[in-house]
Design a protein around this ligand. Structure first.
Ligand SMILES: Cc1cc2nc3c(=O)[nH]c(=O)nc-3n(C[C@H](O)[C@H](O)[C@H](O)COP(=O)(O)OP(=O)(O)OC[C@H]3O[C@@H](n4cnc5c(N)ncnc54)[C@H](O)[C@@H]3O)c2cc1C
Length: 384
């Protein structure tokens, strides 16, 4: 029986395990999913906790209720991957594989910017969000600085959404006029892969909400005592509250396995998601994928899922002869704009003339579609 081991129970790993359920049930393959956490939650849940739509203990699902009943679920930390001996070391045991899917996401590395951990709140860390919420709720004046530390980062619209949601929080408390809200990013424009039109739409939203916006600003160091961020371009910005998107890289266990390149992520072939190691695939945030024009493939749950589906079908085709599927590179994100609205943005990455994106106007229906996005995935992966 073929042994398929899936590392990581996020968007990518959950999709592979769910998609291989029929194969596992048929007895033709032993499917094992390894994840260190007890519960899954979506990235945007952090934003809903920040602005008070959810409590920190809401919006999660236990791996104990996985719908992929024929997959073995192991809750453990992965400590080593050896593609030579085709083994994975966990804290408690060693697993052998015939096919390995690495879906371990991105590791957050705030320590790569000196002072960032001490001086700022990490917008991508669940634990930091309630503390940031309390700080913003106590703010009556000064500068609230949202800073993107480096690229790539997961969810290209996330910093823009955060700035708009923070604006909304301050407006609700009627202190917005007294607070300077500022967003800096090393990017040349918002969501570069989505193109100039979507970039201009996001800029217009920021402007409409009085959010100052500076591009090609890469933080070099943060001084937590004086509360000043120093940038690569020599600029310095003082802040009362700093909320940052930290640097991202592949998790240490993946880097130690020799699977990464200079990008800090795992290079894979677009469409097959095969790594340079035999029978090892990488999907989602952990992967470095180049689009046909040479640009970077964006990191987002919706794409992790689409890539994982292709890999799962390729494995099912190899083991059981079922029909494989090709990667379309199409995904929709629901860009939160505050005020109970979101703007659906569809992007088609593999268009022959380059990535093509279209973003609708913000609407209440757009946010309802985002809520449905979550409900649908929870149902598909966990039932109920
Ligand atoms: C604020 C925010 C908002 C977002 N909004 C959206 C959105 O609206 N739409 C969208 O499509 N995407 C969104 N995203 C992005 C999305 O969350 C990620 O792109 C997606 O989770 C990537 O899936 P993945 O499977 O590659 O990795 P993850 O979902 O990160 O899964 C990786 C898993 O591996 C596990 N793991 C890592 N290391 C180990 C180890 N050593 N041992 C055991 N387990 C390990 C982790 O615990 C984790 O569960 C958002 C992200 C953020 C932060």
């Amino acid at each position: 029986m073929e042994r398929i081991v899936i590392l990581g129970g996020g968007f990518g790993g959950l999709t592979v395990a769910t998609e291989l359920e029929t194969l596992a049930a048929s007895g033709k393959a032993k499917v094992t999913l390894v994840e260190r956490n007890t519960h899954f939650r979506m990235g945007f849940n952090k934003q809903w906790v920040l602005d008070g739509r959810r409590r920190p203990d809401e919006g999660r699902r236990p791996y104990a209720s996985l719908r992929a009943r024929h997959a073995a679920f192991i809750r453990d930390a992965i400590t080593a991957i050896d593609t030579g001996s085709r083994t994975v070391q966990l804290t408690s045991r060693r697993l052998e594989y015939d096919h390995l899917v690495v879906a371990l996401g991105a590791e957050l590395a705030p320590e790569l910017v000196p002072g960032l951990s001490e001086g700022g709140y990490d917008l991508f860390d669940d634990a930091a969000i309630p503390r940031l919420k309390a700080a913003v709720e106590g703010m009556t004046e000064g500068t609230l600085l949202v800073a993107v530390a480096s690229t790539p980062f997961k969810c290209p619209p996330a910093p823009y959404e955060y700035a708009l949601l923070l604006d909304d929080m301050l407006r609700r408390r009627k202190v917005r006029e007294a607070v300077r809200l500022l967003l800096t990013t090393p990017e040349p424009q918002p969501m570069p892969t989505a193109g100039k039109v979507v970039g201009a739409q996001i800029r217009a939203l920021l402007e409409e909400h009085g959010i100052e916006f500076l591009t090609q600003y890469k933080p070099k160091a943060v001084d937590p005592t004086t509360r000043i961020v120093g940038y690569d371009n020599g600029a310095k910005i003082g802040y009362g509250i700093l909320a940052a998107v930290p640097p991202h890289r592949a998790p240490k266990v993946v880097r130690d396995a020799g699977l990464t390149d200079a990008s800090g992520f795992v290079p894979v072939e677009l469409g097959t998601f095969r790594t340079s190691a035999p029978d090892v695939y990488a999907v989602g945030d952990v992967a470095a994928i180049k689009l046909p024009g040479g640009g970077p493939h964006p990191k987002a749950g919706v794409f992790a899922e689409a890539e994982a589906l292709v890999v799962a079908r390729a494995l099912a085709a190899e083991v059981a002869g079922v029909e494989p599927t090709t990667y379309a590179g199409i995904g929709t994100c629901y860009v939160e704009t505050g005020g109970g609205m979101a703007a659906p943005a569809e992007i088609s990455l593999l268009d022959p003339s380059g990535p093509r994106a279209r973003m609708e106007s913000p609407s209440v229906a757009g946010l309802a579609a985002k809520e449905e996005f979550e409900r649908e995935r929870f149902g598909r992966w966990f039932g109920g």
